[in-house]
Design a protein around this ligand. Structure first.
Ligand SMILES: [Cu+2]
Length: 116
């Protein structure tokens, strides 16, 4: 009986570990995409693993850019464009919290990237 219980408990733990690995909102690895819209980033907050490549995909009609406001390492800027599609890709290696904005719509367009 105890052995069966232990086996069930072990199976349950394994299931939970697997489920959390594939759950939505789990840590992004490899590459992930952030939408750059009129006037928003979607999602506006994301946690990624160090070394993850972030693709910024312009989906709106207005001009936008992606500019680093705060965070580890040097500054960067995508340049302003209204062309749709992935106009900017950046690999985040340094662990920490990054605050990114669109310089044109800085009040509305804020993105918090947490790199673990
Ligand atoms: Cu903008």
């Amino acid at each position: 009986m105890t052995r069966t219980r232990a086996a069930i408990a072990a199976a349950l733990v394994a299931t939970l570990v697997l489920a959390s690995a594939f759950a939505p909102g789990a840590l992004a690895r490899g590459s992930t995409t952030i939408a750059v819209g009129d006037n928003f980033f979607s999602p506006s907050s994301k946690t990624i693993a160090s070394g993850t490549k972030v693709k910024f995909n312009w989906v709106g009609d207005s001009k936008h850019d992606v500019v680093k406001k705060r965070g580890p390492g040097g500054g960067f800027s995508s340049g302003i464009t209204d062309q749709q599609g992935v106009n900017f890709t950046k690999k985040f290696k340094k662990v920490g919290t990054y605050k990114l904005i669109c310089s044109i719509h800085a009040e509305d367009m804020k993105l918090k990237l947490t790199v673990e």
